[in-house]
Ligand binder design. Sequence first.
Ligand code: R5P
Length: 300
Amino acid sequence: MATVLAGPLLVDRVVAREIAYKLGYTLAGSSLRRFPDGEMLARVDDAERLEGTVVIVKTMARPMAESLLQAAMLADAARGLGAERIVMVSPYLAFARQDRRFLPGEPVTAALAVKTLASSGVDALVAVEVHKEAVLEWFPGGRVNVRPYRYMADIAGLKGGDILVLAPDLGALERARMLATHIGAGYDYLVKKRDRITGEVVIEPKSIDARGKRVVIVDDIVSTGGTVAKAAASLLGQGAKSVEVMVAHWMGVPGTPERLRAAGVSRVIAGLTLPPAETGGLVEYVDLAPLLAESIRELA
Ligand code: R5P
């Protein structure tokens, strides 16, 4: 006996409904209340439906700190209703990029985030493409990092030929290798430097034979689009035929589609892990619920 408890966002409900259907679990909902002083309360609406293992689907959309606290509130509420085991599904696990103290005086927020989930009663954590998988090691229970690129490539119809898969930095090379091997394409990486004070990204010149190639840049997240825009401009400058982007998380920061179009990006394939945002007709979303359901089944 198990229940999928949907977080309060529409995207939580859409993903939760599909997971419940695929796994044959009962579906329950939650809602959010806001008090006059600004405090919030996330609560389980269908208390009587919770039984056995409770799989909570809660993505950490903006504002991320509130989303994290809502996830913790729902875990605590489910525990209070007698859940035997709690699996948290975070299609987007916020704060994962803050995985070390980049400058003195900074916290390791990624560790705080997963420890918050653990201390609220979560037994197992399933997340989509965490910036660095090592972040999940701060979580003491079962954990899965769902890597969606092969699945997304199949859905989007990407196949070898003249494709060159590129990681925007060395840290993302494994993503490029995974995707390129799957579709039968070549792969490489660019050299990216980010100013830790201003956030400014610089793509350093590196000779890559991009001439005449259909380039697919693969990354975990497009936030402002700065990284991908710089990479696209550099590749088109080196003679690439076209530049497409595959990304697990599309944050939808205003102005991103325009920035990418201006840099020459012709298509973005993004996982549906966050509320659909302004896409400027550039983004094709891929539903990742089937992959999440598979990971939950493996954890059980
Ligand atoms: C950083 O290492 C990440 O993998 C992404 O490349 C980065 O967060 C993207 O941010 P933006 O779209 O703002 O450049």
